[in-house]
Design a protein around this ligand. Sequence first.
Ligand code: SF4
Ligand code: SF4
Length: 360
Amino acid sequence: MEPTAGTMLGDALEARGYTPRAFMDLCATVAEASGVGELGAPRVAAALEAAYGRLRTGGLYPVVWLEGASCSGCTESFAQLAPPGIAAVILEMLSLDYSDMLAAGAGSSVEAAKERTIAAGGYLLIYEGAVTQAFEGHSLRVADAPGIDHLDGAARRAQAVIALGSCAVNGGWMAAPPNAARAVGVQEYLAARDIGVPVVNIPGCPANPEWLLSVLVRLTLLGGLSATALDTGGRPRNLFGDTVHDNCARRRCFEEGRFAFAPGSAEAAEGYCLYALGCRGPQTKALCGITLWNNRRSWCVYAGGPCIGCCDSDPAGPSWFARNKAVNGADRLALPAELYAGEPTPLIRPGAVRSFGPRR
Ligand code: SF4
Ligand code: SF4
Protein backbone atom coordinates (compact mmCIF):
# COMPACT_ATOMS: atom_id res chain seq x y z
CA MET A 1 0.00 0.00 0.00
CA GLU A 2 1.42 3.35 -1.03
CA PRO A 3 0.03 6.57 0.44
CA THR A 4 -1.52 8.68 -2.30
CA ALA A 5 -3.18 12.08 -2.35
CA GLY A 6 -6.47 11.69 -0.55
CA THR A 7 -5.09 9.63 2.32
CA MET A 8 -4.21 11.51 5.49
CA LEU A 9 -0.55 10.60 5.47
CA GLY A 10 -0.26 10.93 1.69
CA ASP A 11 -1.76 14.44 1.84
CA ALA A 12 0.49 15.42 4.73
CA LEU A 13 3.63 14.21 2.96
CA GLU A 14 2.61 15.74 -0.37
CA ALA A 15 1.95 19.06 1.34
CA ARG A 16 5.55 19.00 2.51
CA GLY A 17 6.89 18.13 -0.91
CA TYR A 18 7.57 14.45 -0.34
CA THR A 19 6.63 11.93 -3.00
CA PRO A 20 4.97 8.56 -2.34
CA ARG A 21 8.27 7.03 -3.49
CA ALA A 22 10.17 8.84 -0.74
CA PHE A 23 7.64 7.56 1.77
CA MET A 24 8.06 4.00 0.53
CA ASP A 25 11.82 4.38 0.88
CA LEU A 26 11.23 5.36 4.49
CA CYS A 27 8.97 2.31 4.98
CA ALA A 28 11.61 0.06 3.41
CA THR A 29 14.15 1.43 5.87
CA VAL A 30 11.86 0.83 8.83
CA ALA A 31 11.03 -2.66 7.53
CA GLU A 32 14.71 -3.53 7.10
CA ALA A 33 15.63 -2.09 10.47
CA SER A 34 12.71 -3.97 12.01
CA GLY A 35 13.98 -7.27 10.66
CA VAL A 36 11.14 -7.99 8.22
CA GLY A 37 13.22 -7.14 5.15
CA GLU A 38 12.59 -4.71 2.35
CA LEU A 39 9.61 -6.78 1.16
CA GLY A 40 7.85 -5.82 4.39
CA ALA A 41 7.67 -2.16 3.28
CA PRO A 42 4.00 -2.35 2.13
CA ARG A 43 3.03 -3.81 5.53
CA VAL A 44 4.85 -1.00 7.30
CA ALA A 45 3.22 1.56 4.98
CA ALA A 46 -0.27 0.18 5.73
CA ALA A 47 0.39 0.16 9.46
CA LEU A 48 1.79 3.70 9.39
CA GLU A 49 -1.16 4.97 7.37
CA ALA A 50 -3.66 3.47 9.81
CA ALA A 51 -1.71 4.57 12.87
CA TYR A 52 -1.21 8.04 11.48
CA GLY A 53 -4.95 8.50 11.13
CA ARG A 54 -5.44 7.54 14.77
CA LEU A 55 -2.57 9.75 15.85
CA ARG A 56 -3.88 12.81 14.03
CA THR A 57 -7.20 12.62 15.84
CA GLY A 58 -5.41 12.32 19.18
CA GLY A 59 -2.63 14.87 18.56
CA LEU A 60 1.07 14.48 17.84
CA TYR A 61 3.26 12.33 20.02
CA PRO A 62 5.24 14.49 22.49
CA VAL A 63 9.01 14.04 22.69
CA VAL A 64 11.55 15.63 25.00
CA TRP A 65 15.20 15.43 23.85
CA LEU A 66 17.77 16.11 26.57
CA GLU A 67 21.50 16.59 26.10
CA GLY A 68 23.83 15.08 28.66
CA ALA A 69 27.60 15.16 28.36
CA SER A 70 27.85 14.80 24.60
CA CYS A 71 29.42 16.20 21.45
CA SER A 72 25.87 16.51 20.00
CA GLY A 73 26.95 14.19 17.19
CA CYS A 74 23.82 12.06 17.54
CA THR A 75 21.62 15.14 17.03
CA GLU A 76 23.75 16.11 14.04
CA SER A 77 23.46 12.58 12.68
CA PHE A 78 19.66 12.58 13.07
CA ALA A 79 19.42 16.00 11.40
CA GLN A 80 21.06 14.47 8.29
CA LEU A 81 18.36 11.80 7.95
CA ALA A 82 17.44 11.09 4.32
CA PRO A 83 14.10 12.34 2.92
CA PRO A 84 11.32 12.21 4.05
CA GLY A 85 13.73 13.37 6.71
CA ILE A 86 13.67 15.16 9.96
CA ALA A 87 11.00 17.69 8.99
CA ALA A 88 8.46 14.97 8.17
CA VAL A 89 9.40 12.95 11.23
CA ILE A 90 9.16 15.86 13.62
CA LEU A 91 6.26 17.71 12.07
CA GLU A 92 4.04 14.82 11.05
CA MET A 93 4.62 12.22 13.74
CA LEU A 94 6.14 13.90 16.74
CA SER A 95 5.87 17.07 18.68
CA LEU A 96 9.46 17.79 19.66
CA ASP A 97 8.56 19.90 22.66
CA TYR A 98 12.10 20.36 23.89
CA SER A 99 15.54 20.00 22.37
CA ASP A 100 18.61 21.95 23.46
CA MET A 101 20.04 21.70 19.96
CA LEU A 102 17.05 21.84 17.61
CA ALA A 103 14.69 24.25 19.35
CA ALA A 104 14.24 27.56 17.56
CA GLY A 105 13.87 29.34 20.89
CA ALA A 106 16.01 29.34 24.00
CA GLY A 107 15.93 30.29 27.65
CA SER A 108 13.02 30.36 30.05
CA SER A 109 10.25 30.01 27.42
CA VAL A 110 11.74 26.73 26.15
CA GLU A 111 12.25 25.47 29.70
CA ALA A 112 8.61 26.33 30.46
CA ALA A 113 7.47 24.35 27.39
CA LYS A 114 9.46 21.37 28.65
CA GLU A 115 7.91 21.62 32.11
CA ARG A 116 4.40 21.66 30.58
CA THR A 117 5.17 18.51 28.60
CA ILE A 118 6.58 16.78 31.68
CA ALA A 119 3.55 17.75 33.78
CA ALA A 120 1.22 16.25 31.14
CA GLY A 121 3.25 12.96 31.10
CA GLY A 122 3.07 10.20 28.47
CA TYR A 123 5.93 11.51 26.31
CA LEU A 124 9.05 9.86 24.96
CA LEU A 125 12.36 11.00 26.42
CA ILE A 126 15.41 10.87 24.15
CA TYR A 127 18.61 11.28 26.15
CA GLU A 128 21.86 11.94 24.29
CA GLY A 129 25.24 11.85 26.02
CA ALA A 130 26.59 10.44 29.25
CA VAL A 131 25.12 11.08 32.69
CA THR A 132 27.82 12.85 34.69
CA GLN A 133 27.36 12.50 38.42
CA ALA A 134 30.48 14.12 39.90
CA PHE A 135 30.20 17.15 42.17
CA GLU A 136 26.58 16.19 42.96
CA GLY A 137 25.71 16.53 39.29
CA HIS A 138 27.21 19.99 38.91
CA SER A 139 29.81 18.61 36.49
CA LEU A 140 27.14 19.41 33.89
CA ARG A 141 24.75 22.31 34.43
CA VAL A 142 21.81 23.13 32.17
CA ALA A 143 19.42 26.03 32.69
CA ASP A 144 21.06 26.81 36.03
CA ALA A 145 20.49 23.32 37.45
CA PRO A 146 22.54 20.10 37.65
CA GLY A 147 22.15 18.00 34.51
CA ILE A 148 21.06 14.96 36.53
CA ASP A 149 18.09 16.94 37.94
CA HIS A 150 16.80 17.41 34.39
CA LEU A 151 17.12 13.69 33.70
CA ASP A 152 15.48 12.70 37.00
CA GLY A 153 12.52 15.00 36.44
CA ALA A 154 11.96 14.05 32.81
CA ALA A 155 12.49 10.28 33.21
CA ARG A 156 10.04 9.84 36.09
CA ARG A 157 7.01 10.81 33.99
CA ALA A 158 8.18 9.53 30.58
CA GLN A 159 6.47 6.62 28.87
CA ALA A 160 9.86 5.33 27.73
CA VAL A 161 13.44 6.57 27.51
CA ILE A 162 15.61 6.17 24.43
CA ALA A 163 19.30 6.27 25.39
CA LEU A 164 20.78 7.54 22.12
CA GLY A 165 24.42 6.92 21.29
CA SER A 166 27.17 5.02 23.07
CA CYS A 167 27.67 7.75 25.69
CA ALA A 168 24.03 7.48 26.75
CA VAL A 169 24.16 3.67 26.69
CA ASN A 170 27.18 3.11 28.97
CA GLY A 171 28.97 6.41 29.38
CA GLY A 172 30.95 5.92 26.15
CA TRP A 173 34.22 7.75 25.84
CA MET A 174 33.08 10.14 28.55
CA ALA A 175 33.42 7.26 31.00
CA ALA A 176 36.94 6.26 29.96
CA PRO A 177 39.50 6.26 32.82
CA PRO A 178 40.03 8.24 34.95
CA ASN A 179 36.36 9.27 34.51
CA ALA A 180 36.62 12.27 36.78
CA ALA A 181 33.04 13.27 35.93
CA ARG A 182 31.77 9.82 37.09
CA ALA A 183 30.00 9.36 33.78
CA VAL A 184 27.60 6.41 33.39
CA GLY A 185 24.87 5.36 30.98
CA VAL A 186 21.22 6.31 31.41
CA GLN A 187 19.99 2.81 32.28
CA GLU A 188 22.56 2.33 35.03
CA TYR A 189 21.87 5.77 36.45
CA LEU A 190 18.08 5.38 36.48
CA ALA A 191 18.28 1.89 38.00
CA ALA A 192 20.45 3.22 40.85
CA ARG A 193 17.79 5.89 41.49
CA ASP A 194 14.91 3.35 41.39
CA ILE A 195 13.31 5.10 38.43
CA GLY A 196 11.55 2.21 36.71
CA VAL A 197 10.86 3.66 33.26
CA PRO A 198 11.61 1.33 30.29
CA VAL A 199 14.88 2.19 28.52
CA VAL A 200 15.71 1.37 24.90
CA ASN A 201 19.43 1.55 24.18
CA ILE A 202 20.66 2.61 20.72
CA PRO A 203 24.48 2.58 20.80
CA GLY A 204 26.75 4.02 18.13
CA CYS A 205 29.15 6.92 17.89
CA PRO A 206 27.09 8.57 16.60
CA ALA A 207 23.90 6.52 16.64
CA ASN A 208 22.58 5.78 13.17
CA PRO A 209 19.61 8.12 12.52
CA GLU A 210 17.64 5.39 10.76
CA TRP A 211 17.90 3.18 13.85
CA LEU A 212 16.42 5.99 15.93
CA LEU A 213 13.71 6.50 13.32
CA SER A 214 12.90 2.81 13.37
CA VAL A 215 12.58 2.82 17.17
CA LEU A 216 10.49 6.01 17.17
CA VAL A 217 8.11 4.59 14.57
CA ARG A 218 7.75 1.34 16.48
CA LEU A 219 7.18 3.11 19.81
CA THR A 220 4.77 5.75 18.58
CA LEU A 221 2.92 4.19 15.65
CA LEU A 222 3.35 0.43 15.58
CA GLY A 223 2.32 -0.58 19.08
CA GLY A 224 5.61 -0.33 20.97
CA LEU A 225 8.56 -2.62 21.67
CA SER A 226 7.98 -5.71 23.78
CA ALA A 227 10.56 -6.83 26.32
CA THR A 228 11.44 -9.76 24.03
CA ALA A 229 12.24 -7.32 21.25
CA LEU A 230 15.21 -6.13 23.32
CA ASP A 231 18.39 -8.03 24.12
CA THR A 232 19.91 -8.27 27.60
CA GLY A 233 21.60 -4.92 26.99
CA GLY A 234 18.25 -3.23 26.28
CA ARG A 235 19.06 -2.93 22.57
CA PRO A 236 16.51 -3.77 19.84
CA ARG A 237 17.37 -7.29 18.68
CA ASN A 238 16.51 -6.52 15.08
CA LEU A 239 19.16 -3.78 15.01
CA PHE A 240 21.83 -5.38 17.18
CA GLY A 241 21.33 -9.12 16.67
CA ASP A 242 23.85 -9.74 13.87
CA THR A 243 27.51 -8.84 13.82
CA VAL A 244 28.86 -6.20 11.46
CA HIS A 245 30.86 -9.08 9.99
CA ASP A 246 27.64 -11.00 9.16
CA ASN A 247 26.53 -8.30 6.73
CA CYS A 248 29.87 -7.08 5.41
CA ALA A 249 30.51 -6.79 1.69
CA ARG A 250 34.18 -7.73 2.36
CA ARG A 251 33.15 -10.97 4.04
CA ARG A 252 33.97 -13.13 1.02
CA CYS A 253 37.56 -11.90 1.13
CA PHE A 254 37.68 -12.77 4.83
CA GLU A 255 36.57 -16.30 4.05
CA GLU A 256 39.09 -16.59 1.23
CA GLY A 257 41.92 -15.21 3.34
CA ARG A 258 42.42 -12.05 1.31
CA PHE A 259 43.41 -9.22 3.66
CA ALA A 260 44.54 -5.64 3.29
CA PHE A 261 47.51 -4.73 5.47
CA ALA A 262 47.76 -1.00 4.94
CA PRO A 263 45.06 1.68 5.11
CA GLY A 264 44.47 3.17 1.67
CA SER A 265 46.29 0.31 -0.08
CA ALA A 266 45.25 -1.05 -3.44
CA GLU A 267 43.99 -4.14 -1.63
CA ALA A 268 41.76 -2.08 0.65
CA ALA A 269 40.38 -0.30 -2.41
CA GLU A 270 39.82 -3.68 -4.09
CA GLY A 271 37.54 -4.73 -1.25
CA TYR A 272 39.91 -7.02 0.64
CA CYS A 273 39.00 -7.75 4.25
CA LEU A 274 40.22 -5.23 6.86
CA TYR A 275 40.57 -7.71 9.72
CA ALA A 276 44.36 -7.46 9.75
CA LEU A 277 43.97 -3.70 10.17
CA GLY A 278 42.09 -4.27 13.40
CA CYS A 279 38.49 -4.52 12.16
CA ARG A 280 36.15 -5.37 15.02
CA GLY A 281 33.28 -6.38 12.75
CA PRO A 282 33.34 -10.00 14.00
CA GLN A 283 32.95 -8.85 17.63
CA THR A 284 30.47 -6.01 17.14
CA LYS A 285 26.74 -6.43 16.77
CA ALA A 286 25.09 -3.75 14.63
CA LEU A 287 23.23 -3.44 11.33
CA CYS A 288 25.68 -0.96 9.75
CA GLY A 289 26.20 -2.98 6.56
CA ILE A 290 22.44 -3.06 5.90
CA THR A 291 21.18 0.38 6.88
CA LEU A 292 24.42 2.13 5.84
CA TRP A 293 25.22 5.75 6.71
CA ASN A 294 25.12 9.20 5.16
CA ASN A 295 21.73 8.79 3.54
CA ARG A 296 22.47 5.16 2.69
CA ARG A 297 25.53 6.05 0.63
CA SER A 298 28.34 4.30 2.47
CA TRP A 299 29.60 3.06 5.82
CA CYS A 300 32.89 2.69 7.68
CA VAL A 301 34.09 -0.61 6.23
CA TYR A 302 32.85 0.17 2.72
CA ALA A 303 34.82 3.43 2.85
CA GLY A 304 37.99 1.51 3.75
CA GLY A 305 38.04 2.10 7.50
CA PRO A 306 38.01 -0.93 9.79
CA CYS A 307 35.06 -1.13 12.18
CA ILE A 308 36.21 0.22 15.55
CA GLY A 309 33.30 -1.37 17.38
CA CYS A 310 31.64 1.90 18.32
CA CYS A 311 28.33 0.09 18.93
CA ASP A 312 29.96 -2.27 21.38
CA SER A 313 32.40 0.00 23.15
CA ASP A 314 33.32 -0.70 26.73
CA PRO A 315 34.64 2.45 28.38
CA ALA A 316 36.19 0.38 31.19
CA GLY A 317 38.06 -1.85 28.75
CA PRO A 318 41.27 -1.30 26.81
CA SER A 319 41.30 1.34 24.11
CA TRP A 320 40.68 0.50 20.49
CA PHE A 321 44.37 0.87 19.71
CA ALA A 322 45.31 -1.50 22.50
CA ARG A 323 42.75 -4.08 21.40
CA ASN A 324 43.52 -3.90 17.69
CA LYS A 325 47.18 -4.64 17.75
CA ALA A 326 47.69 -4.89 14.03
CA VAL A 327 47.37 -1.12 13.96
CA ASN A 328 50.30 -0.88 16.33
CA GLY A 329 52.49 -3.12 14.23
CA ALA A 330 51.79 -6.35 16.13
CA ASP A 331 50.46 -9.44 14.45
CA ARG A 332 46.72 -9.92 14.67
CA LEU A 333 46.46 -12.90 12.33
CA ALA A 334 49.74 -14.56 13.27
CA LEU A 335 50.99 -13.92 9.76
CA PRO A 336 54.60 -13.20 8.77
CA ALA A 337 55.69 -9.80 10.07
CA GLU A 338 56.93 -8.68 6.64
CA LEU A 339 53.34 -8.52 5.49
CA TYR A 340 52.96 -5.46 7.68
CA ALA A 341 55.91 -3.71 6.07
CA GLY A 342 53.98 -2.23 3.18
CA GLU A 343 54.66 -5.06 0.73
CA PRO A 344 51.96 -5.79 -1.84
CA THR A 345 49.40 -8.04 -0.20
CA PRO A 346 49.37 -11.51 -1.68
CA LEU A 347 46.45 -13.85 -1.67
CA ILE A 348 47.05 -15.44 1.71
CA ARG A 349 46.28 -19.03 2.46
CA PRO A 350 42.77 -19.21 0.97
CA GLY A 351 40.34 -20.58 3.50
CA ALA A 352 42.88 -20.45 6.31
CA VAL A 353 40.75 -18.18 8.46
CA ARG A 354 37.09 -18.99 8.60
CA SER A 355 34.43 -17.40 10.76
CA PHE A 356 37.07 -16.20 13.16
CA GLY A 357 36.11 -14.12 16.15
CA PRO A 358 33.73 -14.70 19.02
CA ARG A 359 30.04 -14.01 18.45
CA ARG A 360 28.83 -12.46 21.66
S1 SF4 B 1 36.65 -8.52 9.47
FE1 SF4 B 1 35.73 -6.48 9.06
S2 SF4 B 1 36.22 -6.00 6.88
FE2 SF4 B 1 36.58 -8.19 7.22
S3 SF4 B 1 34.66 -9.17 6.56
FE3 SF4 B 1 34.53 -8.88 8.81
S4 SF4 B 1 33.52 -6.88 9.07
FE4 SF4 B 1 34.20 -6.99 6.93
S1 SF4 C 1 30.89 -0.29 11.27
FE1 SF4 C 1 31.67 -0.43 13.39
S2 SF4 C 1 32.65 1.57 13.79
FE2 SF4 C 1 31.32 1.81 11.97
S3 SF4 C 1 29.35 2.54 12.79
FE3 SF4 C 1 29.22 0.31 12.66
S4 SF4 C 1 29.85 -0.45 14.72
FE4 SF4 C 1 30.52 1.69 14.53
